[in-house]
Design a protein around this ligand. Structure first.
Ligand code: CA
Length: 223
């Protein structure tokens, strides 16, 4: 799965983008400043960086340089009428730039295009086990080739697990993951019900689950 490093200090933009990209099946790592972003670049490898230029502790150019040194494609977020910096970013090897304010659909289309150019790293099918296949591009889930019908919330829950595969997710993290951007609220005890239903649909035995595991006292984990 493609993992995107998002470096943006505006909370509203960062959380909106994280959500939208997650819905497209990308794993997103968010950082709000240059130093934290550079640490992330050192530790992990990313499929793509989306980098805001104006950051509290420097400019996005430093992050761009580090990503380009590892051959990672970069898309800049720039302010309107910042032609000088846009040109500088492209000269540094950025693959594309998006002017704020932008439309999410446009950004996602451009991100997909850059990833395809970079070598077909747009998210493709993800196998949960030998039976279950998730196709995030089409938003579909299959079990032994037959499509499973998930509700929007169950699907969002599954994507939250997929983008943090192997990690224990607390109930709070899962609730944030399925939080409706429109402001809908999911009750904590409802989460238990959603996890149970998702397990049922995936054919996971809730007494002895092998796909979505319960980690006692901590939360759940997708292996
Ligand atoms: Ca900024």
């Amino acid at each position: 799965m493609a993992t995107i490093l998002l470096v943006e200090d505006d909370d509203m933009i960062a959380s909106g983008l994280e959500y939208a990209l997650g819905q497209e099946g990308y794993a997103v790592v968010c950082r709000t400043g240059v130093r934290a972003a550079l640490e992330a670049v050192e530790k992990e490898s990313f499929s793509l960086g989306i980098i805001d230029l104006g950051l509290p502790d420097g400019t996005g150019f430093d992050v761009c340089r580090a990503l380009r040194a590892k051959g990672t494609p970069v898309v800049f977020l720039t302010a309107v009428d910042d032609e000088a910096n846009t040109v500088r970013g492209l000269e540094m090897g950025a693959d594309d730039y998006i002017t704020k304010p932008f439309r999410l659909r446009e950004l996602i289309a451009r991100v997909g295009a850059v990833l395809r150019r970079a070598g077909g790293e747009a998210p493709s099918e993800i196998a949960l086990n030998s039976e279950i296949m998730v196709d995030p591009l089409r938003g579909k889930v299959y079990r032994l080739g037959a499509e499973l019908i998930l509700t929007a919330l169950e699907y969002r829950l599954l994507l939250t697990f997929i983008s943090h595969r192997g990690q224990v997710l607390s109930r709070t993290q899962l609730l944030e993951g399925i939080w409706d951007v429109g402001g809908g609220f999911v009750e904590d005890n409802t989460l238990t019900v959603y996890v149970r239903r998702l397990r049922e649909k995936l054919g996971d035995d809730s007494q002895n689950p092998t796909i979505i595991k319960t980690v006692r006292g901590m939360g759940y984990r997708l292996d």
